[in-house]
Design a protein. Structure first.
Length: 106
């Protein structure tokens, strides 16, 4: 029984630390400033993998809806704990900001 419990625990931890594909989604921004904020969330035992190409597509689509032609990343991300616990953080919100580019169509 004890051996079964140890094997189950090891399997759970191994799968929890595996790389997980995360998609960016629009979580804020400003048409007048021409900025878009994209975010994704990941848990304590996740090792997230994200696509910069997917992020550019999402940000550009939002910018195009506002009359701009495209978007580019400002650079850097912010990481905020959105599920604190007594032992640290159980979940993180990662946010990246993009600048809309091109002439704004009125």
């Amino acid at each position: 029984m004890k051996k079964h419990l140890v094997v189950s625990l090891v399997a759970l931890l191994a799968t929890g630390c595996m790389s997980t594909q995360k998609d960016w989604s629009a979580t804020g921004g400003s048409k007048s400033d021409g900025t878009v904020k994209l975010s994704y969330q990941h848990g304590l035992f996740e090792s997230p993998t994200v696509s910069e190409e997917q992020a550019i597509r999402v940000a550009s689509k939002r910018c195009q809806a506002w009359g701009y032609s495209s978007a580019e990343a400002f650079g850097g991300v912010t990481k905020n704990c959105n599920s604190p616990s007594a032992n640290g953080c159980n979940s993180w919100l990662i946010t990246k900001e993009y600048q809309c580019t091109g002439q704004l169509q009125q």
